[in-house]
Write a protein that binds this ligand. Sequence first.
Ligand SMILES: [Zn+2]
Length: 243
Amino acid sequence: MRVCFLLFVGFFSIFANAASPNGCGKGQHWVKPHARRAYYRGDGTYVRASNVVGHCQSNPPGYDVWNAKLMNGRPRYWHPKEEISSWTDEERERVLEALGELPAVLKDEGIDGIFRLKNALIPDNPASNSFSSVVLYDVAFSKQFNLTQVLGHELTHRLRKSLSDAEFASFQKAAKWKVDPKTGLLRSHRPENQFLRRNGMLSPEEDFCDDVSMYFLQPNKLKQIAPKVFDWIDNHVKLWRVK
Ligand SMILES: [Zn+2]
């Protein structure tokens, strides 16, 4: 009986290997040899630079869905002055790993594609989104940015759209955004050291996208920097659903 079982397992592995290209097993994909720059994962783990040899890699969570969404070309309804780039093997691996780090609630499968363009019209902008498309620019893969946090921020813009006005008003209150009576514009009354980066001071939405992304990737950091904002997200996150 034991012999039969082992024979069956052996037969199944041979069959699985024969069925997938490059001999990688089920739940794995082939990574071509490439030079990889050093980078930080979303949780702050350092990954050193390396000449990656060709190998079978276990698929990160959601690999099949998101691999099919890494698109070439320019999204529909996009600024024609932004130049198209193409994905490298290094970048594809990095993006799919980063998506694997992000929670399901941020991964709206209604996104039609993640596109790769060279430079944003706004200098040093690492990413952007419009309608159902997300764009990553060259700088998103540089030392200047943490790619997982960049993607987390961009995908949180999608999540924001699913929140009611009342819920977002509740966030604004917790994060101390108030209308300035002189200008009529919203202004935060949190000190600058309670923001993860200056970008968050631009608007409640930018603040929200930085904070929610950090809540999932480095919760202790958010708790330390902006404890009231952390508490608000912690109380609301259970109610959020992927659209
Ligand atoms: Zn943003």
